[in-house]
Design a protein around this ligand. Structure first.
Ligand SMILES: C[S@@+](CC[C@H](N)C(=O)[O-])C[C@H]1O[C@@H](n2cnc3c(N)ncnc32)[C@H](O)[C@@H]1O
Length: 210
C-alpha cells in the first residue's frame, strides 16, 4: 500500500491524489474486475461480490458516509473480494484505472439532474464515453440504468454517437438482473420504471494513437 493513499476502515481515500491503481492495490491476475461507479449504499456491489467470489468488485463513490455503510455490509456478508474507493468518477476513469482493465462497469441510477441549468453536473456526458471505453477491455460491458426518460434518451444518443460501443445481448446482464440498487428499489416502490441498458466496448480507433 502506497503511503500516499490513506485507508479508513478499509476504504481507499483517493480524492485527487495522483495515483495509479497499481500504486495502492495489487489485483490478482486472471480475475474479472467489475466496477460499480457511484455505488451509493452498495446494495448492488455487495450482492455482486457475494454471488461472484471469483471476481474482483470495485465500488466507488464520492460520499464517504455511503461507503462506510457499504463496508459494513461487505463485512457482514464476509465478502473479501470487493474494494471501496472514495474518488471522483472522472479522476478514477481518466487517470487511476489502467487501460482495458475492467470486464464490466455498472453506472446505475446516476443523478439525472433534470433541470436544464444543472445538466452540466451529469456524470454521463459525451466526454465521458471515451473514458468508459478506455477502462473497459474490448467487448467489456457498460451497464447503465435510469428511471429518467430524458436522461435515458440523452445517454443512448451519446453512446451511439461516440461509435465506441455497440448494443450487447440482454443475456450479459442475466447474472445481475435480480440485484437492485437502493435507488432502483425506491423508484420501483413508487411505481416508476427503471430501464437497463448494456453495451459492449468496441476497439477504440484512437486508443494508442499519437
Ligand atoms: C443517485 S445516487 C445512486 C446510487 C446507487 N447507484 C443506487 O442506484 O442506489 C448517485 C451516487 O453517485 C455518487 N456520485 C455522484 N457524482 C459522482 C462523481 N462525480 N464521482 C463519484 N461518485 C459520484 C453519489 O454520491 C451517489 O452516491
Amino acid at each position: 500500500m502506497d503511503k500516499n493513499a490513506k485507508t479508513l476502515e478499509d476504504i481507499f481515500i483517493l480524492n485527487d491524489k495522483d495515483l495509479l491503481l497499481a500504486d495502492f492495490l495489487t489485483l490478482p491476475e486472471g480475475k474479472d474486475v467489475e466496477l460499480d461507479l457511484g455505488c451509493g449504499k452498495g446494495g448492488f456491489a455487495v450482492a455482486l461480490a457475494q454471488s461472484h467470489p471469483e471476481r474482483i468488485i470495485l465500488a466507488a463513490d464520492v460520499m464517504l458516509g455511503r461507503l462506510r455503510k457499504v463496508r459494513k455490509k461487505l463485512n457482514r456478508a464476509q465478502a473479501g473480494n470487493a474494494y471501496l474507493l472514495r474518488v471522483e468518477a472522472r479522476h478514477l476513469l481518466g487517470r487511476i484505472l489502467p487501460d482495458r482493465s475492467l470486464a464490466r462497469i455498472h453506472i446505475l441510477c446516476p443523478d439525472p439532474w433534470p433541470k436544464l441549468r444543472h445538466r452540466g453536473h451529469r456524470l454521463l456526458c459525451a466526454d465521458f464515453m471515451m473514458s468508459i471505453n478506455r477502462v473497459l477491455r474490448e467487448e467489456g460491458i457498460f451497464h447503465f440504468s435510469t428511471d429518467d426518460p430524458e436522461y435515458r434518451d440523452a445517454v443512448v444518443r451519446q453512446v451511439m454517437d461516440s461509435e465506441l460501443f455497440a448494443p450487447a445481448p440482454a443475456s450479459v446482464l442475466d447474472d445481475v438482473r435480480d440485484f437492485k440498487t437502493e435507488f432502483e428499489r425506491d423508484w420501483l416502490a413508487q411505481g416508476k420504471t427503471v430501464t437497463h441498458f448494456a453495451w459492449r466496448a468496441l476497439k477504440n480507433p484512437f486508443h494508442g494513437a499519437h
